[in-house]
Design a binder for this molecule. Sequence first.
Ligand code: FES
Ligand code: FES
Length: 161
Amino acid sequence: MKATVNGIERAIGEADEGLSLLEWLRERLDLTGAKNGCGIGRCGACTVIVDDRPTLACRTKVTEVAGKAVTTIEGMAAPDGALHPLQRAFVEHGAIQCGYCTPGMVLRAHGFLLKNPAPSREEIRRAISPNLCRCTGYQQIIDAIESAAPAYQCASDTSER
Ligand code: FES
Ligand code: FES
């Protein structure tokens, strides 16, 4: 079995088959951006993107992503290290305090903006509701997502041409 992680094909070995996606990413691939906050699907800290959908890696078996494309926070920046516009917006709006929720929050928002590049603040608030920020910086997080939305509108305009 194989999955594509951040654009690179990765083997899912027999010894990996009992792992969650979160364990596989963190322990086998050393991609530690996705966090183990609760391990039971309640906090969103482990959110990654699987085939464009935000997915809780702690509640997903690694075998479920065979043949699929996984994006983690490590795959958001450009190869030259330039931050993705959404990551930049989080920095510019002070939407990162301790940072523990940030990878999951960014990927939750990324999956949402891919589908809805012109959201209202209320839609953003609802979209990120599965993800908890223990530092409670929700206003800045919503500001950041709102300000990054135009970058997604440009991308969808281009792909429609
Ligand atoms: S660690 Fe997966 S939802 Fe909390
Ligand atoms: S920034 Fe600390 S948990 Fe969100």
